[in-house]
Structures are given as C-alpha cells and as structure tokens.
Design a protein. Sequence first.
Length: 42
Amino acid sequence: MLPRALGLIAAAVATALVFAAWQTNGPALLNVLAANGLAWCL
C-alpha cells in the first residue's frame, strides 16, 4: 500500500513540475512549435 501511495505522490509532484514549466514557458514553447510546424509545411 505504501509504495503505491509514494508512486501517486511522485506522479503528483512530477505533474505539478511539468505544469509549472508549461506556465512559465508555455507561450514561447507554443511559438517554437508553431514555427516548426510552419517550416515543415513550407
């Protein structure tokens, strides 16, 4: 039971870190992805 709880906590922490990174770098990351998409289309 304990390992599963630790796994859930680790998953929650990882998700929070990814979300925080997305909040800080979201627009720039989105712009890079859009630019790459346009470059591939052209």
